[in-house]
Design a protein around this ligand. Structure first.
Ligand SMILES: Cc1cc2nc3c(=O)[nH]c(=O)nc-3n(C[C@H](O)[C@H](O)[C@H](O)COP(=O)(O)O)c2cc1C
Length: 324
């Protein structure tokens, strides 16, 4: 009843552990499987992470040979560690293990994708993020970059490729349609980027709270509802899915699965069982035979009043708030 398919993978249920520190070791992945998880996305390998570690080791050395040597050694070490995690996790659990790469261009790392495939990754999730700050930026270039990275990756792998998208990206429906044509197996809406904050005492930029709040769910639901009503591609909800009801809402607007992060940190793995029990009870109560039957019942195409998805201004509420 609660089985689902996502990105060409058959999942025992729609609850996936999102890429984070909760998925960076085989032991944690075994614990997630025992708690009932449907699939796991491994902690990402970051382009920046590799570069930053090389820079730290290099210190102030300016010798180009030393720089190249260290960069290659550190890179090889990180890659080896990651491939070992993929292999061990795949051996240890029956649920799909999805590898993850955080990237912002289609450079050197693209070759690494085929090594992930050889190591046995069930799928690959690309977390693509780029903020352009240039006044000469050509509108649409960042959207195009998403498609180009996917096209490069698809040249080297056969496994399903999932694209995790940031909320900062514009023209979501058309980009996701292009990603589908370029061979994406699914998309994740949304990634939560690193959040800046300002320390008014030290006058520096610092990291804001990395966790999401309940109000973040609304935008996730809006865009899944709109995209699932327009593009026939599996979607996983991420950002603000914290409670059992949130999983059900995500399915109703059209998600095939949800990816959990904040709620796993806050509530532990027991939230997985609570979500699954609540989903089963709700499906029975509503007389839905399966997740597939319930999926998208309230998406942009099927809801009685689709204007709700487009509404941005809240005139009436503003008047009421001003009166009180
Ligand atoms: C501590 C932490 C680490 C994360 N690491 C990654 C990562 O390595 N790769 C990635 O794609 N997303 C990463 N994320 C983002 C999450 O996978 C998720 O998309 C985001 O937190 C929104 O989901 P949530 O509302 O369930 O927290 C991280 C988030 C947190 C809070």
């Amino acid at each position: 009843m609660i089985e689902t398919s996502f990105a060409g993978l058959e999942l025992r249920n729609p609850v996936i552990a999102a890429s984070s520190g909760q998925t960076d070791s085989t032991d944690k992945i075994i614990a997630l499987e025992k708690a009932g998880i449907g699939a796991v996305v491994l902690k990402s390998l970051f382009e920046e992470q590799l570069d930053a570690q090389s820079e730290q080791l290099l210190g102030s050395s300016d010798y180009p040979e030393a720089r190249d040597f260290l960069q290659n050694t550190v890179r090889a070490h990180e890659i080896e560690k990651y491939l070992t995690l993929v292999k061990e996790a795949r051996r240890a659990v029956a649920v799909p293990v999805i590898a993850s790469i955080n990237c912002y261009d289609s450079g050197e790392w693209v070759k690494f994708a085929s090594e992930l495939e050889n190591a046995g990754a069930s799928a690959l999730e690309l977390n693509i993020q780029k903020i352009d700050t240039s006044a000469e930026y050509t509108p649409g270039a960042t959207e195009q970059l998403h498609v180009e990275i996917l096209q490069q990756i698809k040249k080297v792998v056969h496994l399903p490729v999932i694209v995790k998208i940031s909320r900062n990206l514009s023209n979501l429906v058309s980009v996701i349609d292009q990603l589908k044509s370029a061979g994406a197996a699914a998309v994740v809406l949304f990634n939560r980027p690193w959040q800046p904050d300002i320390d008014i005492h030290t006058l520096r930029m610092v990291a804001a709270d990395p966790f999401t709040s309940a109000t973040d769910l609304s935008d996730t639901l809006r865009w899944i509802g709109i995209v699932s009503g327009s593009v026939n591609l599996p979607i996983a909800a991420s950002t603000g899915v914290h409670k059992p009801e949130d999983l059900i809402k995500a399915i109703l607007v059209g998600a095939s699965a949800v990816e959990l992060c904040t709620t796993l940190y806050r509530n532990g793995n027991k939230i997985i069982g609570e979500m699954l029990n609540s989903l089963t009870r709700w499906l029975e109560k509503q007389n839905f035979a399966s997740v597939t039957e319930a999926r998208g019942q309230l998406n942009y195409r099927r809801i009685a009043d689709p204007a709700g998805y487009e509404r941005l201004q809240f005139i009436r509420q503003t008047r009421e708030i001003c009166k009180s």
